[in-house]
Design a protein around this ligand. Structure first.
Ligand SMILES: [Zn+2]
Length: 89
């Protein structure tokens, strides 16, 4: 057993008409990805997949508009496009 697997959470699940099996739950939730370019967001920190421990919301995602939803380059492009559209009106 790897050292990282020692504290991995296990859950017992019973399929119909079968004996109950042990399932392992991954330690960490998957990385946050940008909605436009699908690249992983560097500023986003990952929560543990346990219910008894959770990071503070302010430390998980950055405190800016569309934080944890768009990466910085996509947000910059979108903001410039939106402001230029406003100026022409
Ligand atoms: Zn992006």
């Amino acid at each position: 057993m790897k050292p990282s697997q020692r504290f991995q959470k296990k859950v017992w699940r019973k399929p119909p008409k079968q004996k109950s099996k042990q399932h392992k739950i991954p330690n960490k939730i998957g990385k946050a990805k940008c909605a436009v370019c699908k690249k992983p967001i560097n500023s986003a920190k990952r929560n543990l997949a346990r219910e008894n421990f959770k990071r503070a919301k302010s430390s998980v995602r950055t405190n800016r508009p569309y934080g944890n939803y768009l990466c910085t380059t996509c947000l910059r492009k979108l903001a410039i496009k939106e402001t230029r559209a406003l100026q022409t009106e």
